[in-house]
Design a protein around this ligand. Structure first.
Ligand SMILES: O=C(O)C[C@H]1C=CC(=O)O1
Length: 91
């Protein structure tokens, strides 16, 4: 099952810089592990924003929910999920 997911990140400016750095590092490792496993297919930066648009290929809605819930930056994100279906014009 394919999903497009937009993540808008808003880390509070007064968050301890060490906590920020450690959380962002954990987020990167978590993301790259899922990319290597094939569930996080694409990640693209949204130009000019602290946001990304990603494509996930997962077995179920529950699996995607678990992945998103587990994001270290989840408490600082607004997330929009769009389920994808094959387009009839795809060559
Ligand atoms: O930078 C971001 O867009 C937020 C987040 C999502 C994956 C990752 O490594 O960081």
């Amino acid at each position: 099952m394919l999903f497009a997911v937009r993540m808008d990140v808003d880390i509070p400016r007064d968050l301890d810089p060490a906590v920020r750095e450690e959380t962002v590092a954990r987020e990167k490792a978590y993301s790259q592990q899922l990319q290597r496993a094939g569930e996080w297919r694409h990640i693209w930066r949204v130009v000019g924003r602290y946001s990304n648009i990603s494509v996930f290929d997962v077995s179920s809605n529950e699996r995607l929910h678990d992945i998103l819930w587990g994001l270290p930056l989840f408490p600082y994100m607004t997330i929009e999920v769009t389920p994808l279906a094959a387009h009839p014009s795809q060559a």
